[in-house]
Write a protein that binds this ligand. Structure first.
Ligand code: C2E
Ligand code: CA
Ligand code: CA
Ligand code: CA
Length: 278
């Protein structure tokens, strides 16, 4: 018995050590990954289900590590936030997105791409002006870019963050609240935040065709959001049934596998042009 127990502890300890080593490796290798081009962006369409038109996409980061393989963004973004490296990533995402948008514009394609920003980015009062300059110097309209922020990011330092968000709004950039419903004081903050769009979290959407409680939550959320004159996005829709239910609930925009998984730039544009032609 004693032996089994100590083995159990040894195994647990080993698992912990492995996880810790993996995290150290990820934090150590992030700057290298950026320098060596191991990161790339993928794009997932946001489809207006009332007009059946796609106006743009959300861009999501991908990292193929030479030894660890694919590392989920949830994992390395969290580590980058905790190790103080997130602004390096956000800068890269911003610059890479702008380059891509400029290239698309040369091909006569105009659309809006949303980037995800972290709490730390939103404490930089310089960021809105930097982004505006970047758009202007690349001859892009302000609405080529929009930003997504979570409620959690806002609550870290609400006063500072709200001031920065207000700056973004003054410039004319659209702001979406991400993962709506998973934060702590969604309702109070909706009233305070200068946002244009609210994205209802996938956890409420995924079972909407079978779960009456989720349906009710989503129905009331949409009424509330639209009542505040904001645009509403349902995240993570995987079935046509889901589209039909959400259209009936007056949802504006859907993002989910039912339309497309996040795609590399070239594949996304093929999808985008085909979808908007049909
Ligand atoms: P998010 O911003 O909420 O992004 C939506 C996530 O849902 C993405 O996961 C997307 O691939 C996934 N998704 C979309 N539709 C469906 C669907 O129909 N079914 C399922 N099962 N999943 C769907 P991903 O790309 O793994 O990103 C996870 C999170 O990592 C993001 O959540 C975001 O918080 C963070 N992230 C990703 N890229 C960036 C980035 O460039 N910057 C920052 N700060 N965070 C990022
Ligand atoms: Ca997002
Ligand atoms: Ca989300
Ligand atoms: Ca999320």
């Amino acid at each position: 018995q004693a032996r089994v127990e100590s083995l159990g502890i040894a195994t647990y300890q080993q698992g912990e050590d492995e996880r810790y080593l993996r995290e150290l490796m990820i934090i150590r290798d992030l700057p290298i990954a950026l320098a060596q081009g191991q990161l790339h962006l993928v794009f997932q369409p946001k489809v207006n289900i009332q007009s059946n038109h796609c106006h743009g996409a959300e861009t999501l980061i991908r990292w193929q590590h030479p030894e660890l393989g694919f590392i989920p963004p949830d994992e390395f973004i969290r580590l980058a936030e905790n190790s103080g490296n997130i602004s390096m990533i956000s800068d890269w995402v911003l610059n890479t997105t702008i380059k891509q948008l400029a290239q698309w514009q040369l091909q006569g394609i105009s659309l809006t791409v949303a980037i995800n920003l972290s709490a730390h980015d939103l404490t930089n009062p310089q960021l809105p002006l930097d982004i505006e300059k970047l758009l202007i110097s690349n001859h892009l309209p302000i609405n080529a870019l929009s930003i997504e922020v979570t409620e959690g990011a806002v609550m870290k330092d609400a006063q500072t963050v709200i001031a920065v968000l207000q700056q973004f709004r003054n410039i004319g950039l659209a702001i979406a609240i991400d993962d709506f419903g998973t934060g702590h004081s969604s309702l109070a903050y909706l009233k305070l935040l200068p946002v244009n769009e609210v994205k209802i979290d996938r956890s409420f959407i995924k079972d909407i065709h079978t779960d009456a409680t989720d349906l009710m939550i989503v129905d009331s959320s949409i009424r509330l959001i639209k009542g505040l004159n904001l645009s509403v996005v349902a995240e993570g829709v995987e079935s046509v049934e889901g589209i039909n239910i959400l259209r009936g609930l007056n949802c504006d925009i859907i993002q989910g596998y039912v339309y497309s998984k996040p795609l590399k730039a070239d594949d996304f544009i093929v999808w985008f042009q085909q979808f908007n032609q049909s």
